[in-house]
Design a protein around this ligand. Structure first.
Ligand SMILES: Cc1cc2nc3c(=O)[nH]c(=O)nc-3n(C[C@H](O)[C@H](O)[C@H](O)COP(=O)(O)O)c2cc1C
Length: 191
């Protein structure tokens, strides 16, 4: 079993990276393989609404000049998908938003290609706006017929400078519990 994590932060190894790895460590403890893809330094444009994906139905986006098709292939291969984003002006980053638009339409065009995978989102935040960001990811997962495990709180942790989220004990525990619940659900689904 494998979980693919995508970090939508512009900072490759910042707070979102730390949070994703706390979740992935729990999954690895349960013998679940993982891979982390960073969108940092890899600009992604939004959906052009060309609807070519509905004609091609090849699990790919027709705009083949950025990292989206690589993400799509990894997301398709994974049993679970973990999406992480910092809070940027009360929502996900532009990179994560563009990935949501593009991969969401391709998935819809290909008979909901993420259907019944396990999915979750995690959010880093300095102070406020994490809930709309978390909602954006959850709405994407739900639209795609994915199954979302819960945690002991909403999946967010507080920090501004890279590393500061480690001081948020409740946030770190939320990530650990999320990883444990994600592993539990993945194993139940495989049984
Ligand atoms: C463009 C931009 C917008 C931001 N908007 C918010 C915001 O709306 N609310 C907030 O609490 N923090 C905001 N922040 C702070 C980040 O969410 C915070 O530093 C987070 O820990 C960054 O995660 P990272 O280290 O993974 O990049 C913003 C940061 C940037 C660069």
């Amino acid at each position: 079993m494998k979980v693919v994590a995508i970090n939508g932060s512009a900072r490759k190894e910042g707070n979102t990276f730390i949070l994703l790895n706390v979740v992935l460590d729990e999954l690895r403890n349960e013998g679940i393989e993982s891979e982390l893809i960073s969108l940092a330094g890899k600009p992604i444009q939004g959906c052009m609404a060309c609807y070519q994906c509905f004609k091609n139905k090849d699990f790919r986006c027709a705009v083949d000049k950025d990292i989206v098709n690589e993400c799509l292939a990894k997301m398709r291969e994974g049993d679970g998908i973990l999406l992480g984003s910092p809070t940027y002006f009360s929502d996900v980053s532009a990179g994560m938003r563009a990935l949501i638009e593009r991969s969401g339409l391709v998935a819809r065009a290909n008979d909901y290609m993420f259907k019944r995978k396990v999915g979750a989102g995690v959010i880093a935040v300095r102070r406020a706006g994490s809930i709309p960001a978390f909602n954006s990811i959850n709405l994407f997962l739900l639209y795609n017929q994915m199954l979302i495990p819960g945690s002991s709180y909403w999946n967010m942790a507080i920090g501004r400078e890279p590393g500061e989220v480690k001081n948020d004990a409740e946030g770190m525990q939320t990530m650990k519990t999320l990883g444990q619940n994600m592993a539990w659900l993945l194993k139940k689904l495989q049984a």
